[in-house]
Each structure stands twice: as structure tokens, then as C-alpha cells.
Design a binder for this molecule. Structure first.
Ligand SMILES: Nc1nc2c(c(=O)[nH]1)N[C@H]1C(S)=C(S)[C@@H](COP(=O)(O)OP(=O)(O)OC[C@H]3O[C@@H](n4cnc5c(=O)[nH]c(N)nc54)[C@H](O)[C@@H]3O)O[C@H]1N2
Ligand SMILES: Nc1nc2c(c(=O)[nH]1)N[C@H]1C(S)=C(S)[C@@H](COP(=O)(O)OP(=O)(O)OC[C@H]3O[C@@H](n4cnc5c(=O)[nH]c(N)nc54)[C@H](O)[C@@H]3O)O[C@H]1N2
Ligand SMILES: [Mo]
Length: 749
């Protein structure tokens, strides 16, 4: 999120692509409703379903799944043609918009209507409304990401905002509604297969930085891998680990140093929430060892036929532990423990510490918590400190190490102070009052120093860097094909000593860029660049000059290291429009994508899917349930609210197949799998589409597996997992499954 939920109250228009906050973020959605009350903010919703959010909209466009790129190019086509784009902003702060202009020319309202199913007049009406009411904020969530072109979708949305000059403004920005509790924190901490914490990446230099910060030898870290080259490669992802398991049948080549996976440890992931359940079951069945650490019985345990070496470890819940968590707007909160872990359960960190002890690396694992920076830029063991205090010392270690996104100011002490005084912050701006004046609630990152107050809206040049202002980040060099990648003259954060674009700050360039001279002692103390500078001198000097340590650059509309340099429409791998799949084909297959060969065009072109599987299948969420659903289905009273797995189906489609409201139906996927679910007549979907929630598990292709639950643990509600029939398909960059763009066939059961 570039801005915050409260900041949405300042928007004059809100456009939502593929999110249903009335259901999935009902508390946050109150800010949207307040924007309507305060500013008569225009609420625009783009969704294949008429959702509860759409019911509150001023305009709703019922889009065909997977066609948001054409829709947004269609908006840009109208914007450019009418001269509604913010040319001054684009010239000063955006690289590559000319290529976007070219592509947008192709997407006339008529072409867009054919591809998206949204009438031309509606596209014009929406574009006019959104362009005439600025600042406008753009919201997205899973409706944009869960596609084979998910990354392109998420690039297209900021490009639309850049064209209108809506980025870096209060009431503007791209506000991505994040999912799980603390998922922003999990991402920031590098719970990812392709990066060390803090987005440092996997290059040798990053490993060396972390080795130093953790107080271990780089060679020791290397010794944990087959060889150093494997440290720098992406790991398996949550979506496709199963493809690497011994004996799993697959024609997709695995690149894992010649070693199949034999063991899986799961901490708090419902494996039943991932696409291709039939393959996941095969993966689970073929493991030597399966460990599931969870407060509930992770339903992976009952999906598998594996009879031995399945361990269910009772994990404590979030209420039985404490620590720092990160909200969707990059702000920190302290969570206090409510009760001690019940029965024999253990908090996740204690399970991990025990594991580290048994595996022989506990000392290396925890040493960083006993270290500190010295004034001369060195690291030392904290004198006389023998034991770490959890979670304060872990929090302070994070603040010490993670400079890339500016977590320096997030000491345990400061974050607790914010949480304890949350009533002293403004609901809309997050600005502190009284003793909290000068700080924003939760110190939204970047929070550059131990006294910086956080940055409420990213890329806002109307305030000073000390107050949270900044330009766009310089992360991709100084120029591309002779074009300047830095911001143009006159575009800079308020109060800056430098009134042009500038590169990110290094030890080598700081004197020249800032026009200062470092003392010999300062030079000796500071690190190679601001991201690895333990002395903090580089950041301090930047703030004194009103300069952002990460530079002042242009935003990139062209990403030359991605397969599509600008976002391009590509039909879902399983498209209901075979004609369009030929015109807008999927990517070439990709070898070694998170260690697994991943198919695109070979799947898309294998069959005329639309013939045998003519129905769009959309999956998503219900307000009564969460994730894979075990937490809710194990609760008697919550389970009673949605006791059965179901499928939303338009009566016209249902009647064509003789399916009655409340009757059972089969949903078949192109992969040959099927699920048996209850039909629920609904006008929220069109007659060529069904919707199913992904909150159920326990049944598999018509068979009840709940007899596998250990005595006394069977939940009150069970059902088919929709992920048994979600289609093959993975994003080309992130490998997120294409669970929002697939096809199916329905049949009366
Ligand atoms: N009650 C409840 N709240 C939750 C969760 C939960 O499980 N239950 N989960 C949390 C998590 S982890 C997350 S990530 C968030 C997710 O929050 P959302 O993204 O809001 O969740 P979804 O319901 O999966 O999908 C949102 C919408 O995308 C639409 N959609 C599908 N395909 C497309 C498309 O191609 N284009 C467009 N424009 N729209 C499309 C769907 O119809 C749906 O209405 O919710 C969080 N909040
Ligand atoms: N078809 C389809 N599939 C989807 C999606 C979709 O829209 N459609 N959405 C996807 C998205 S965005 C997400 S985020 C995933 C969500 O899916 P999951 O990751 O499965 O989410 P949850 O069910 O919330 O949580 C998983 C497990 O964590 C356990 N747990 C809860 N608290 C703790 C704790 O403190 N410690 C430990 N160790 N365990 C704990 C719960 O008991 C549960 O078993 O599903 C994805 N799958
Ligand atoms: Mo999520």
C-alpha cells in the first residue's frame, strides 16, 4: 500500500479492481464509505461478480476474468485522447510512458468491449468519472494477482495512476489490500523463495552482509548448501514444492541439484488452500516425513494416505505470543500476549528454536540478537549479554539490519509506545498528537532513523524527507538507452538541497551528490552504500540535506528484465475465447521457474478448452470464513453460518443442466478432476460463470476423508476444496497460481 486506509478518506474517486473489501476487509471498508460521505467520492468497482462491494458502488463493470489489462489500456486510450493525462508529472517522473501510449492506441472502447465484456459506453463513463475526480485512489487485491499475468496486472495499475498524476499524493496512490494478519511483515521479513529479508535478494553480496550481521562466517552459510551457486537461486515455492518430491509423476523438469524433496515442514499454511490438490496429495503421499505445526489439525494430514512419519505439532496461536506485526500500510504495531500457550502447545518461535537445537545450529540462529552496532560502524557482541529477550531483541535486530526499506527506527521501545498511545493519532492522516507529535501511527516504513516519524504516503514530494517525503526509488541505473532514469529538474522532495533527480547514495558518491565533505573518521566508519552502512552516517547526512537515501528517480513503465517490457494482454491459459487466445497467446513455457519447468503456451494451445469446458470459474472468499477455513469450521458457532461447501450458479445456467437450487452438482476441470458441491442460485454471477469459495477441505473428488481426523479433532463442517478443480497456471514472475482464471464444466449430481 503506498498510502493507508485512513488516507482513502481523502480520495475523490476510488476504483477497485478485483477486491471485495465489504467482505474481506469490512473494517477497512468503513474508510471507503466515509470517503463517500466526506467528499462524495465516486466508488467504481470492476469485478466479474456483483459483490457486496459492488452493491455500494456508483458504477460497477462486470468484467470477464483475466482481462483487466485491456480494461486499463482502454481507460488510458480515452485519457490520452482527451488530454486528461498529467503531462508535466509524466515528463518529470515517469520513464517509458511513450510505449504505453502506443499500446493504448490499439485498445479502443470497442476492442476493449469485445475482450472484456464491458460495454464501450460504460468504459467511457468510468474513465471520465475517474479522470475528473482527482485525487483518485486505485485499489486491488487477489482479483488482479491470481493469474498467469498477475505481475503484468499489478504493473498496469500503477501505470494508470502515473498517467493521471495520482501517485505520491494524499488521497491517491495504489492501495493494495493485503491478506493475512501480518502478511506485510512476513513479506518484509523475506518469507519468500527468492529473497533474504528486507528484499536484499540472493546475490553473494547480500549473503555476505547477512553473514556479518548475524555474526557467522559466510563460508559457514555456504557449507549449508550443495555449493555457493545454489544460495543464489530461487527455492521451490509454496505453489509447486510438490513437483520436486521423490516419485511424483510429472513431465515438468525439476532443477534441484539432482536431489528430490523428501521432507516437508509446514508452519501455518493450509496446504489445502493451494491449487492442484490432486498433485499436492501425490506430493504429500510420497514424502518420507511430514511435519505440520498448527493450532488445528492441518487438513494436509487427512488428505494424504501416508500412514507413518506424519507429525502434528500443536502450535500456539497469535494470542499466546507477542511481538511486532505489520499492517497493510507498512506500519508497525506491538501485539501483547493475552494468555500463556495452552496445554502442551508452543509458540512458533519456540518450535523453531527447538528444531535449530536438534539440527545443531541454535547458536548461529540466535546470535544476531546479542549483537549491536558501534559508533564507528562496527558490530560487536553486547557486553555481558548472555541471553536474548524474546521478542524485543529480535525486533531490535531487525531494526539494526533491514535498511533497504528503512526499518532503522522500528525499535521495540518505539513500536510499543505507538501501540500504547494509539488514541493519540489522527484516524485519517495517522499523524500523532500531544507527546506523539511529529510521528505517524506505527512509523510506516521507510522510517529512516531512530527519531524519524515514518512515511505516511510513498513517493510524496510535497513534504520533506524528514517528514516522510520522497521521490521514486533509483534502483535500475542512471539511464536506459540514452534516456535519463532520474527525475527531471524541478521534481524533488520539498526542502531538498538538490533540485534535480539523483542516484541512490553511496560512500563513493555522497560528497559529490550532496556537495559535502566527510571527515576521515566518517569515511572510515561508513559502509559502501546506505543499505549496508552500520554507522548510519550516509542516511544521517542525506536527511540533513533533505535528500532521500534511495535517490530520486523516475518510475518505470518499461521493465526491460521482464518477459513483457510493458504489460501486455495475454489470455488465461484456459480461455473461454479460443479466438482471443490465438490473438493474445500465453508466454512461452518457462524452464527452471522456482526450480520447476512451468507451462504456459503448451497448456493453452493443447486443446480447445472452451468447447468442453465453457464456464468461467471464479474462486474467492466469504466474510464468515478465512483461508483454508479450518479455524472457522472447527468452531461450532461459526461453522453453523456456512455449514456446507457450495457453488454460486446463475439459475439460467443451472436450469440448462437440470440443477436445482440446493441440489448437488459436479464441477469438472480440464485436468480431469472433479468436485461435488451444493448448488446455490445466485444473480451475482453471469450465466457463463460460477463462483466457489476456497474455505473448505475434507472431501476429495466426491469421497469423504474426514474419517482420517485423529479422535476428537474433526471440524463441524467439511467439504470439497475448490482447489481440486482450479486449473493449471502460474504467474510468470511470482508463480502465484491462476486461481481466478479457469474453466469448468458443470453437471447435475
Ligand atoms: N472474510 C475473509 N476475509 C479475508 C480473507 C478470508 O479468507 N476471509 N482472506 C484474507 C486474505 S489472505 C486476502 S489475500 C484478502 C483477499 O481479498 P480479496 O482479493 O478481496 O479476495 P477474493 O474474494 O479472493 O477476490 C476479490 C475479488 O476478485 C474478483 N475477481 C476474480 N477474478 C477477477 C479478475 O480477473 N478481474 C477482476 N477485476 N476481479 C476479479 C472476485 O470476483 C472477487 O470478488 O482477504 C483477506 N480477508
Ligand atoms: N482457489 C483459491 N485458492 C486460494 C485463494 C483464492 O482466492 N482462491 N487465495 C490464496 C491466498 S491469497 C491465501 S493467503 C491462501 C490462504 O490460505 P492459508 O495459508 O491456508 O490460510 P489460513 O487458512 O488462514 O491458515 C493456514 C493455517 O495456519 C494455521 N494457523 C493459524 N494461526 C497460526 C499460528 O499462530 N501458528 C501456526 N503455526 N499456524 C497457525 C491455521 O490453523 C491454518 O491451518 O490461500 C490461497 N488459495
Ligand atoms: Mo492472501
Amino acid at each position: 500500500m503506498t498510502n493507508s486506509l485512513g488516507d482513502i478518506q481523502k480520495s475523490k474517486a476510488i476504483i477497485i479492481f478485483g477486491a471485495n473489501p465489504a467482505v474481506n476487509h469490512p473494517v477497512g471498508f468503513q474508510h471507503f464509505l466515509k470517503a463517500k460521505e466526506r467528499n462524495n467520492s465516486q466508488l467504481i468497482v470492476i469485478d466479474p461478480r456483483f459483490t457486496k462491494t459492488a452493491a455500494k458502488a456508483d458504477i460497477f463493470a462486470q468484467i470477464r476474468p483475466g482481462t483487466d489489462i485491456p480494461f486499463m489500456y482502454g481507460m488510458l486510450n480515452i485519457i490520452f485522447q482527451n488530454g486528461w493525462d498529467d503531462k508535466e508529472y509524466i515528463d518529470a517522473r515517469v520513464f517509458g510512458m511513450d510505449k504505453i501510449r502506443e499500446e493504448a492506441k490499439k485498445w479502443t472502447p470497442e476492442v476493449v468491449a469485445d475482450v472484456t465484456g464491458v460495454p464501450a459506453e460504460k468504459l467511457i463513463q468510468i474513465t471520465t468519472l475517474y479522470s475528473k475526480n482527482r485525487p483518485g485512489t486505485l485499489i486491488w487485491a487477489m482479483g488482479l494477482t491470481q493469474h498467469s499475468i498477475g505481475t503484468s496486472n499489478t504493473r498496469m495499475a500503477p501505470i494508470l495512476q502515473l498517467a493521471l498524476g495520482n501517485m505520491g499524493k494524499a488521497g491517491g496512490g495504489t492501495n493494495i489490500l493485503r491478506g493475512h494478519d501480518n502478511v506485510q511483515g512476513a513479506t518484509d521479513m523475506g518469507c519468500l523463495a527468492d529473497s533474504l529479508p528486507g528484499y536484499y535478494g540472493l546475490a553473494a553480496g547480500s549473503w555476505k552482509y547477512f553473514a556479518k550481521q548475524w555474526g557467522v562466517e559466510y563460508d559457514y552459510l555456504v557449507s549449508q548448501f550443495k555449493d555457493a551457486s545454489w544460495m543464489e537461486k530461487n527455492g521451490f515455492s509454496l505453489a509447486r514444492w510438490w513437483a520436486g518430491v521423490q516419485n511424483v509423476k510429472s513431465d515438468e523438469k525439476i532443477e534441484n541439484a539432482g536431489t528430490p524433496l523428501k521432507a516437508l515442514v509446514v508452519m501455518g499454511n493450509g496446504i489445502t488452500s493451494v491449487a492442484q490438490q490432486a498433485k499436492i496429495k501425490e506430493g504429500l503421499d510420497n514424502l518420507d516425513l511430514l511435519v505440520l505445526a498448527d493450532p488445528f489439525v492441518n487438513e494436509a494430514a487427512i488428505l494424504t494416505d501416508k500412514k507413518d512419519n506424519v507429525f502434528i505439532l500443536p502450535a500456539a496461536t497469535q494470542f499466546e505470543t507477542s511481538g511486532l506485526v505489520v499492517a497493510t500500510n507498512r506500519s508497525a504495531q506491538w501485539r501483547y500476549k493475552v494468555v500463556e500457550p495452552l496445554y502442551e502447545s508452543k509458540a512458533d518461535q519456540d518450535i523453531m528454536f527447538e528444531l535449530a537445537k536438534r539440527l545443531g545450529f541454535y547458536e548461529q540462529y540466535t546470535k544476531g540478537m546479542l549483537m549491536q552496532e558501534t559508533k564507528d560502524g562496527k558490530l560487536e557482541m553486547i557486553p555481558n549479554k548472555k541471553e536474548f529477550v524474546w521478542p524485543e531483541d529480535a525486533t531490535n535486530e531487525i531494526a539494526r539490519i533491514i535498511k533497504t526499506i528503512g526499518l532503522t527506527g522500528w525499535t521495540a521501545e518505539r513500536v510499543k509506545k505507538h501501540t500504547d498511545n494509539w488514541h493519540m493519532f489522527d484516524e485519517v492522516t495517522g499523524a500523532g498528537m500531544g507527546p506523539m507529535k511529529g510521528e505517524y501511527y506505527g512509523l510506516p516504513w521507510p522510517c529512516w532513523t531512530k527519531t524519524h516519524g515514518g512515511s505516511p504516503n510513498l513517493y510524496d514530494t510535497s513534504i520533506t524527507v524528514a517528514e516522510g517525503g520522497m521521490g521514486f526509488r533509483n534502483n535500475f541505473g542512471l539511464e536506459k538507452d540514452g534516456v535519463n532514469l532520474l527525475a527531471e529538474k524541478g521534481s524533488f522532495p520539498k526542502g531538498s538541497k538538490i533540485e534535480t533527480g539523483y542516484p541512490e547514495i553511496t560512500k563513493e558518491n555522497i560528497e559529490k551528490v550532496l556537495g559535502i565533505t566527510l571527515t576521515e573518521a566518517e569515511k572510515a566508519a561508513c559502509g559502501a552504500n546506505w543499505k549496508v552502512d552500520n554507522s548510519g552516517i550516509l542516511v544521517q547526512k542525506c536527511l540533513e540535506a533533505g535528500v532521500c537515501p534511495y535517490g530520486n528517480a523516475k518510475a518505470r513503465a518499461i521493465v526491460w528484465n521482464f518477459p513483457d517490457h510493458i504489460p501486455m494482454h495475454r489470455e488465461p491459459l484456459h480461455s473461454p475465447r479460443t479466438d482471443l487466445a490465438q490473438k493474445y497467446p500465453a508466454y512461452p513455457d518457462k524452464a527452471n521457474h522456482f526450480r520447476v519447468m512451468t507451462k504456459y503456451i503448451s497448456v493453452q494451445s493443447a486443446q480447445d478448452y472452451a468447447k468442453d469446458f465453457p464456464i468461467n470459474m471464479v474462486t474467492g472468499r466469504l466474510v464468515t470464513m478465512n483461508g483454508a477455513g479450518i479455524e472457522n469450521r472447527a468452531s461450532k458457532y461459526i461453522a453453523a453460518l456456512t455449514p456446507e461447501m457450495f457453488c454460486d450458479i446463475h439459475p439460467d445456467l443451472a436450469l440448462k443442466h437440470g440443477i436445482r437450487n440446493g441440489g448437488m452438482m459436479w464441477v469438472h476441470s480440464p485436468e480431469g478432476t472433479k468436485i461435488k458441491v451444493k448448488a446455490k442460485y445466485s444473480y451475482t454471477v453471469l450465466p457463463d460463470m460460477v463462483f466457489m469459495p476456497f474455505h473448505f477441505a475434507g472431501y476429495f473428488q466426491g469421497t469423504d476423508r474426514t474419517g482420517n481426523f485423529p479422535a476428537g479433532t474433526k471440524p463441524y463442517a467439511s467439504g470439497e476444496s475448490v482447489n481440486t478443480v482450479t486449473n493449471y497456471g502460474y504467474d510468470i514472475i511470482t508463480q502465484i497460481p491462476e486461481t481466478k482464471g479457469g474453466l469448468c464444466r458443470v453437471e447435475k449430481a
